[in-house]
Design a binder for this molecule. Structure first.
Ligand code: PLP
Length: 391
């Protein structure tokens, strides 16, 4: 590196807030509708549900809350087991634990990086038995209650084999589509075919409400129950009668207003993410040892977190060495998540495989891919990656 002023910081993934956010939030402030009911909440729920092609959306304070509600509504109870992706942000595993249920971590497919359906099938067929209506894990004696695949890094999971297994074994399937709003699986929006799907509108997602989430479902009874549980299970708002222990999980009108403004740009934002991915693919093609994330033929990814696998033998640095070098040049990057089976938070949980998730964690590095990333900044990232490669 040469001396001189530090180059401008290029962040990994930051929100784009250049639409009608100010107008809609101001409207909330002007009218006093700032709290947990209001026209923007209803509008945001309808608009997101319509964008994903499901009948109902229930807005909540974050994606983790949506997962917690979805699992409870799917019938997961204390002591049950839920099959969940091993390679994921920790939220879905935590949501299982909030119900005093047990995650069973399923390794990633080496090509798609998503939950490996062949491992799910082998587990359900070979390691479980039927006890009347219940499907029981032979090793633990616990009921297997639900499948919870995650759409990892903006790519949809290969849902059909998992849905077929869910139907065959009578299990509900909740899709964690938090990273995948705007993606398509076999020409339908990701999240539209699961029994329930959950979204996050955290600040680094393709659209954001600052913090927020949504539960999506075609079942009216489940949507009603999600609204009820997220509203402290209130039966009588005047007398404060609560039918059971619920949660205060509702999204505020102010945040929903942000969401409505953001959603107006979902199409262009997804197009921009895909253009960034295409440009990276081309720009990185000649650099040995950087393998870009693949898009399977059945997927139309949003490339939420653009990620490369770093082969240290070919590139000359491993992913953490590259992370440090990029950081020194004011370019933010980030490894993929620690696999859940290695997380101290979930120590001791059963895992089906795990070596693929470990390799993806070891080699994966996400690089700047904000919707607002300029071509000039992207060129700087590409040139820096090329310059650091073994010559
Ligand atoms: C896969 C996945 N699930 C769940 C969440 C949790 O969402 P939130 O941060 O809104 O609680 C996130 C991200 O934040 C995520 O990436």
């Amino acid at each position: 590196m040469t001396n001189g002023p530090a180059p401008a910081f290029i962040p990994l993934s930051v929100p784009e807030l250049r639409g009608r956010e100010w107008d809609y939030v101001k409207d909330c402030l002007d009218t006093g509708w700032v709290s947990s009911v209001g026209a923007y909440v209803d509008r945001f729920e309808r608009a997101v549900a319509e964008a994903v092609g499901v009948a109902h959306g229930v807005a909540v304070m974050n994606g983790t809350a949506a997962l917690h509600l979805a699992l409870r509504i799917a019938g997961v109870q204390a002591g049950d087991e839920v099959l969940v992706s091993d390679l994921t942000f920790i939220a879905p595993a935590n949501a299982i634990r909030y119900l005093d249920a047990h995650p069973v971590f399923v390794d990633a497919d080496p090509v798609t990086w998503q939950m490996d359906a062949t491992r799910v099938e082998a587990f359900l067929a070979g390691s479980c038995r039927r006890e009347g209506e219940r499907l029981v894990n032979r090793e633990t004696g616990r009921r297997v209650a639900c499948l919870l695949p995650v759409d990892v890094a903006g790519h949809p999971v290969d849902l059909d084999p998992l849905l077929e297994l869910a139907r065959r074994y009578g299990l509900p399937l909740v899709e964690d589509a938090s990273e995948c709003l705007g993606a398509h699986y076999k020409d339908v929006p990701a999240g539209s075919r699961a029994d329930m799907a959950c979204l996050s509108f955290n600040g680094n997602k393709v659209i954001t409400t600052g913090g927020g989430g949504m539960l999506l479902t075609n079942r009216e009874d489940w949507a009603r129950r999600a609204k009820y549980l997220s509203t402290t299970a209130k039966d009588d708002a005047v007398e404060f009668v609560h039918g059971e222990v619920g949660y205060n999980y509702r999204m505020t009108n102010v945040l929903a207003a942000l969401g409505c403004a953001q959603l107006e740009h979902l199409g262009p934002y997804v197009a921009r993410k895909r253009a960034i991915a295409a440009r990276y693919r081309e720009g990185l093609a000649g650099i040995p040892g950087l393998l870009p994330m693949e898009e399977p033929p059945w997927a139309r990814s949003i490339f939420w977190m653009y990620t490369v696998l770093v082969d240290p033998a070919a590139y000359g640095l491993d992913s953490r060495g590259l992370l440090a070098e990029l950081g020194a040049r004011n370019i933010q990057a980030r490894p993929l998540w620690q696999p859940m089976h290695l997380s101290p938070a979930h120590a001791g949980c059963q895992t089906l495989g795990g070596a693929v998730a470990e390799r993806l964690n070891r080699q994966g590095l996400s690089i700047p891919c904000s919707v607002g990333l300029t071509d000039a900044d992207q060129d700087r990232v590409i040139q820096t990656l090329a310059g650091l490669a073994r010559s």
